[in-house]
Ligand binder design. Structure first.
Ligand code: ZN
Length: 353
């Protein structure tokens, strides 16, 4: 009996043991396979990383720094603003935007050097790559949208201005800008100088400054094309801007030496927005004439169609007389035109804020 009993116990013991061993084996097998999978993943991840960093090392280079460097940087609460000065002899400047960065492409021979004023922490966001005979300045984005590149062509220098948004929604206001005339309508003409080209140039130079200060910019035209005045006002009204500005160049053939400077025109049909429009015209004159040697031609009330039909506070700026020799010289000076554009932009920023 004892033996039989013992035999049963032994059988039970063996059965229990083998079940236990089986379970242990299964657990072991699962563990091994899990570890196996993990180690596989580890290997592949490491490999991918290696490949990526190898690619990056091969292509990306740090940008050298120099006291005469041509890449500058400033920032405010909304944007990091990089300005790259490139000789106008290098015409081939282009840019593209992808999910993570803005890429400015120039000819391989173009020198790209950080100006010493850029701190090390800010220079981390930039590097250079080379593709297909091109040199690329790559600037990392912080947010997907509302980053901008504007290329301003000058006589000696082309300026590439890159804005990298520091906040999700940097643009809190909107301006519609109208470069006067265009297409077959050249506006006032003096020799080879045409009003339609000068107004487009001034307006394009205003864009970066406005965006940098949180003002979204909409242009009624960005190339040489004609537009009916009523259509311009319609287009502006559809965009529901905070402000509408039309830029023109004046002329007075009778006594050209007596007429010079900047005039700001408003129109308030039946008292519509009288105070706001007068205020805007005054701010424009203050910003443009006080800072940069332009004569003050006054705030004037005139029934110009684009400002009459505009629903938003609006102003028409006559930025100098093409018939006046001093003004004409100034209107061909890159620096003065640049200052004028900045001052007009500043006037808008002051008004909307
Ligand atoms: Zn005009």
């Amino acid at each position: 009996m004892k033996v039989q009993m013992g035999g049963k116990r032994r059988k039970k013991f063996f059965m229990r043991s083998s079940i236990l061993i089986l379970i242990l084996l299964i657990i072991l097998a699962l563990l091994v396979s899990a570890i196996g999978t993990n180690s596989d993943e580890n290997i592949s991840t490491t490999n991918t990383r290696k490949v990526i960093s190898a690619e990056k090392n091969k292509l990306a280079t740090k940008i050298p720094k120099d006291k005469n460097g041509n890449i500058f940087m400033e920032q405010n609460k909304l944007y990091k603003k990089y300005t790259v000065n490139i000789s106008s002899a290098n015409k081939d400047v282009s840019y593209e935007e992808n999910g993570k960065s803005l890429v400015i492409s120039v000819d391989k021979g173009v020198q790209l050097t950080l100006n010493s004023q850029i701190s090390d922490s800010n220079s981390k966001d930039l590097y250079i790559t080379a593709t297909n005979g091109k040199k690329n300045l790559v600037i990392s984005k912080e947010y997907k949208d509302n980053n901008f590149v504007n290329i301003n062509e000058g006589k000696d220098n082309n300026q590439v201005i890159i804005l990298i948004s520091k906040v999700k929604k940097p643009l809190t206001h909107k301006a519609v800008l109208n470069p006067g005339h265009g297409g077959t309508d050249s506006g006032t003409v003096f020799g080879s100088l045409q009003e339609k080209n000068i107004t487009l140039r001034i307006v394009k130079l205003m864009i970066s400054n406005l965006e940098y200060n949180g003002v979204q910019v909409v242009l009624t035209r960005d190339k040489d094309e004609g537009q009916a005045l009523a259509d311009i006002a319609d287009f502006a009204n559809k965009n529901k801007p905070d402000i509408f500005m039309s830029v023109h160049i004046n002329s007075m053939t009778k006594n050209p030496n007596e007429y010079a400077g900047i005039g700001a025109y408003y129109y308030d049909e039946n008292g519509y927005q009288t105070e706001a429009r007068k205020k805007l015209a005054n701010i424009v004159l203050k910003n443009t004439t006080l800072k940069d040697g332009w004569k003050n031609d006054g705030v004037l009330r005139a029934k110009y169609k684009v400002i009459r039909l505009s629903k938003a506070p609006s102003v028409l700026v006559e930025a100098g007389y093409l018939t006046n020799v001093n003004d004409r010289t100034r209107l061909q000076d890159d620096k003065i035109i640049g200052n004028l554009a900045n001052n007009l932009a500043q006037a808008i920023v002051e008004f909307v804020h």
